[in-house]
Design a protein around this ligand. Structure first.
Ligand code: PEP
Ligand code: MN
Length: 338
């Protein structure tokens, strides 16, 4: 249960509320926000009469939370979370586009792509420096060189960066270079990693585990939020089903489900969700029409020689064509891009 209290509540009234919590045999944790104080109650019996709290002076609302997640829930925070990084507002009317290669492969490659995606309206440059590859023999990323190239290419083009962290031991290194941490699908259940990331205020783009339900995914977000990091973006990247014509199955209705259940911004990644470039373009259009808050697209100008995920990368020319279509679709639903 969550109690929302008047932020100017007197000590006497506050103590009466605490007494009632003790009587109910529950514990609480307190957090202050600009507009009110919230007490999260742990250990309230399911048959407890909520009105006992509602009638107390200084209590604005008492909300029974039936979902296992609390801080990620819309019932806890009805207003959508907007994450501001420099002049980029994630979760606002503008749909934010993240673009770039799967992996940073060279200084030249990332600089050239950064310039091209910036010119067509992307706001965030992506590129992996530490790659979680299915095969240990596949390219594992350039490591710190990759982070440095990504940062320089982004700075030169006034872009933000997102890159994946696969091990908590990399935290200090990656934190030096990136604006946003990506937690990949394979690490959505890596709770020790999430706990480390909950202690930074830098945003975390949390990808959906490929076999995770939406509620499990929101529980992973809860790890970040409960540790103090409120800057969480949820990213739908496809789930594993029996269908094998695409690499994964893009769960497009997850966009809407997240927006109903949570106040956190939602990103769509049709590149990993489909795995094939001819499917990326229509699914990107569909994600925008479905009201996604961000879109992540893998772009590569020599996809047949890409060191990872070449088959799903679109070229920068295709990206430009796509962005023109997306801008029109966004307008139809009262949003904008670029
Ligand atoms: C990626 O973004 O390159 C990636 C590895 O994604 P995912 O974790 O969704 O597979
Ligand atoms: Mn990739």
């Amino acid at each position: 249960m969550i109690l929302i209290l008047d932020k100017n509540i007197s000590t006497e009234k506050f103590d009466i509320i605490i007494e009632e919590i003790n009587k109910a045999g529950a514990n609480y944790s307190k957090s202050n926000n600009e507009d009110f104080i919230t007490l999260e109650l742990i250990g309230i019996r399911s048959d407890f009469d909520v009105r006992k709290f509602k009638v107390l002076d200084g209590v604005i609302d008492a909300i029974r939370i039936s979902e296992p997640y609390k801080l990620a829930s819309r019932r806890y925070k009805s207003q959508k979370t907007i994450i501001e990084i420099n002049d980029v507002k994630i979760g606002s009317d503008e749909i934010i586009v993240i673009a770039g290669p799967c992996s940073v492969e060279s200084e030249e490659q990332i600089h050239s792509l950064a310039k091209k995606v910036k010119a067509t309206g992307a706001k965030i440059l992506r590129g992996g420096a530490f790659k979680p590859r299915t095969s240990p023999y596949s390219f594992q990323g350039l490591g710190e060189d990759g982070l440095r190239f990504l940062r320089q290419a982004a700075d030169e083009n006034n872009l933000l960066t997102v890159t994946e962290i696969i091990d908590s031991a990399q935290f200090d290194l990656i934190e030096k270079y990136t604006d946003i941490f990506q937690v990949g699908s394979r690490n959505m259940y890596n709770y020790p990693l999430l706990k480390v990331l909950s202690k930074t205020s830098k945003p975390v783009l949390l990808k959906r585990g490929m076999s995770a339900t939406i509620d499990e995914w929101l529980m992973s977000a809860e790890y970040l939020l409960s540790g103090g990091n409120t800057n969480v973006i949820l990213c739908e990247r496809g789930i594993r089903t029996f269908e094998n014509n695409s690499r994964f199955t893009f769960d497009i209705s997850a966009i809407n489900t997240i927006q109903e259940k949570s106040h956190l911004p939602v990103c769509s990644d049709p590149s990993h969700a489909t795995g094939f470039r001819d499917k990326v373009i229509p699914m990107a259009r569909a994600a925008v029409a479905a009201n996604t808050d961000l879109l992540m697209i893998e772009v590569h100008d020599d996809p047949s020689n890409a060191l990872s995920d070449g088959p799903q990368a679109i070229t920068s020319n295709q990206f430009e064509f796509l962005m023109n279509q997306l801008k029109q679709i966004a307008q139809v639903i009262g949003r904008r891009i670029g």
